[in-house]
Design a protein around this ligand. Structure first.
Ligand SMILES: C[S@@+](CC[C@H](N)C(=O)[O-])C[C@H]1O[C@@H](n2cnc3c(N)ncnc32)[C@H](O)[C@@H]1O
Length: 353
């Protein structure tokens, strides 16, 4: 029977190295990562593992590589743009900068390349960015952050690919038959739009505008309409669908990192918050984007599932609960004016000030 990585760790490491390696592996398994022992000619006689989320690599681990007798175990990150400007503590940054993997001319990365790591530029960095030999307990917070940043990047990419693919599959709710449009209204509908109390002087932002299912009804009711969506194909389709409205501006961006450079009278979102892991960060950002007395109108899906099952693909999501969301809204300094249920969603209407 094939041995698990934990068995190799138990058999080959001891003391702090063993404890650290086992804790890290437990953390990686808790995040649903899988371990593949490399059986190619170069690695088959070594204890060398690829650690993956789905088909994508998060990091690599080797235990007791006989070619490197000074190292009990080594972990490498995979290449990731998530390390460029991630918002992490100074302590994590300093550990990360210490472990930047400078090219050692082994031939695997062709001399390395210049990379920005946590906001600082390094020349000739190896393909994998970080290399940590003989990690100890002190290194665990960095190792977990390193894996976590990559996992989040992969999950975000999964969501983007899913919505891009929906457009390739010609899935555009604006062109749904009436029966399907009625079904989608069960997450929001006419009453949801009414909560925004719009008129021609109001500026509105929709987070996760999609192809414009709600925007097509909201933009004629307000002065300026802004929509943001993380999927480029979706936003291109929304531009086509909303081309007839002069007051509409659409941007492809991650709402959480995009700098809007202005405030809005109304911010709303429907069927999107389940893609956002850090709910409090999102609601804080929304509170900061509202003008005084501005309104936040939010629909959260009642579905408690951690996966969005789209038949050929499964996307990890972060379900919302009304209790947690009410807490986030209050913590962000907004006042909840109204909370009600539709068949498939809970709606919050909140106000700044
Ligand atoms: C289920 S669709 C809903 C679209 C639209 N709100 C509707 O109800 O018809 C979710 C949308 O949110 C977008 N999205 C997910 N995460 C996002 C983020 N962090 N920033 C901006 N858009 C995001 C997706 O690309 C997708 O178009």
């Amino acid at each position: 029977m094939t041995k698990q990585i934990e068995t190799y760790i138990e058999e080959n490491l001891s003391g702090e190295a063993k404890r650290t390696a086992l804790e890290l592996v437990e953390f990686l398994r808790d995040n649903e990562l899988t371990f593949y022992k490399d059986t190619c000619d170069c690695w088959k006689d070594k204890i060398y593992y690829w650690v993956k989320l789905g088909d994508e690599c998060v990091c690599f681990i080797v235990i007791k590589d006989l070619d490197e007798p000074d190292n009990l175990w080594t972990i490498w990150s995979d290449d990731s743009s998530a390390y460029e400007d991630a918002s992490v503590s100074d302590k994590i940054k300093n550990v990360g900068w210490k472990y930047v993997d400078h090219c050692g001319n082994c031939g695997s990365c062709g001399g390395g390349k210049e990379k920005v790591v946590f906001g600082k530029s390094f020349p000739r960095v190896c393909g994998c960015t970080f290399r940590i030999d003989n990690a100890s307990q002190e290194d665990l917070p960095f190792l977990k952050t390193m894996a976590d940043l990559r996992i989040k990047e992969l999950l975000k990419n999964d969501a983007i690919s899913h919505y891009d693919l929906l457009i390739d599959e010609d899935n555009d709710p604006i062109h749904d038959p009436e029966s399907l449009q009625d079904y989608m209204n069960k997450w929001d509908g006419f009453t949801f739009i009414e909560q925004m109390q719009l008129n021609s002087s109001k500026s509105v932002l929709e987070i996760g505008v999609g192809t414009g299912r709600l925007a097509i009804r909201v933009s004629p009711l307000c002065g300026e309409f802004y929509g943001v969506d993380i999927s480029s194909k979706t936003i291109e389709r929304a531009k086509e669908n909303l081309a007839g409205f002069e007051n509409v501006k659409l941007t492809c961006a991650d709402f959480l990192s995009y700098e809007f450079g202005r405030a809005f009278d109304v911010v709303y979102s429907s069927l999107t918050f389940m893609h956002i892991e850090d709910k409090q960060r999102a609601v804080n950002k929304i509170a900061g984007l509202l003008n005084d007395a501005g309104k936040f109108v939010l629909s959260i899906d009642k579905n408690p599932s951690f996966f969005l099952d789209a038949g050929t693909r499964k996307i990890r999501i972060f379900p919302d609960t009304p209790i947690e969301m009410a807490e986030c809204i209050r913590t962000a300094g907004l006042t909840i004016l109204n909370q009600y249920d539709t068949e498939f969603a809970t709606i919050f209407v909140a106000q700044k000030g």
